[in-house]
Design a protein. Structure first.
Length: 232
């Protein structure tokens, strides 16, 4: 399929606006936000944010969910999250923190965070390396899950983890924009993240997509993968 240059330019222009980019990046936490929350995050007024969000929904970058009078926005899917993460990696220039609080928040994101529905940051990279070292994943002729890996993921998350819905790719490596090394994404990456959150092995940091590894989480990764990590 040949895309018209005008279509590509129009699409790219949606993310060229700083406010729209800020709101999309905030939604990489995988959760749904209200327009008011996104407006505050981007530092703009509610009416302006609504105009931006309507454009992003119309372009298929965001999806909206309505509950009563409330309108919630989220990323349209993992493919949008992957696009944003790859753009962040290509840009290569993280925003410079301007306060001690911002420095700490930046450090928390680099240590462990969610990238839409999978784990990223130093924690995500360490888990990917451990899965490779344990022979649960292999990268011989492209990234693949081994027989031992299928049994491991089935025991952790159930058989549905190996049968992604809607034709989603089972697994892929995603170059982490803070670590510059791969972490696990795709359906198996999502299943891993879901189990870590459900079991309380990681907990979300309030107002951020950063997560913290708990004591039980540190014990679990040591037991399951032989990976020694300190709780944060």
């Amino acid at each position: 399929m040949i895309l018209a240059a005008e279509s590509v330019a129009t699409f790219a222009g949606l993310l060229a606006d700083r406010s729209r980019a800020a709101m999309c990046l905030a939604l990489l936490d995988g959760q749904a936000w209200t327009a008011s929350e996104l407006a505050r995050h981007a530092g703009i007024g509610r009416p302006t944010a609504t105009e931006h969000l309507n454009l992003l929904v119309a372009a298929g970058l965001l999806a909206e969910v309505r509950q009563g009078r409330c309108r919630y926005l989220r990323l349209a899917g993992p493919q949008v999250a992957r696009l944003l993460e790859e753009l962040a990696e290509m840009a290569g220039q993280p925003e410079r923190p301007r306060s001690l609080r911002a420095v700490r928040a930046s450090a928390d994101l680099a240590a462990a965070r969610t990238c839409y529905d999978h784990l990223a940051g130093a924690l995500g990279v360490a888990l990917f390396d451990a899965l490779m070292s344990a022979g649960l994943l292999t990268n011989g002729d492209g990234l693949a899950v081994t027989d031992a890996g299928r049994a491991w993921f089935t025991e952790l998350a159930g058989p549905d983890a190996l049968a992604p819905a809607s034709g989603r790719q089972l697994l892929r490596s995603c170059l982490d924009w803070t670590e510059r090394r791969p972490h696990l994404s795709g359906a198996l990456g999502a299943a891993l993240c879901q189990q870590f959150l459900r079991r309380g092995w990681v907990i979300r940091c309030q107002g951020s997509r950063a997560v913290r590894l708990t004591g039980s989480g540190a014990a679990a990764v040591d037991r399951l993968l032989g990976l020694e990590l300190a709780a944060s």
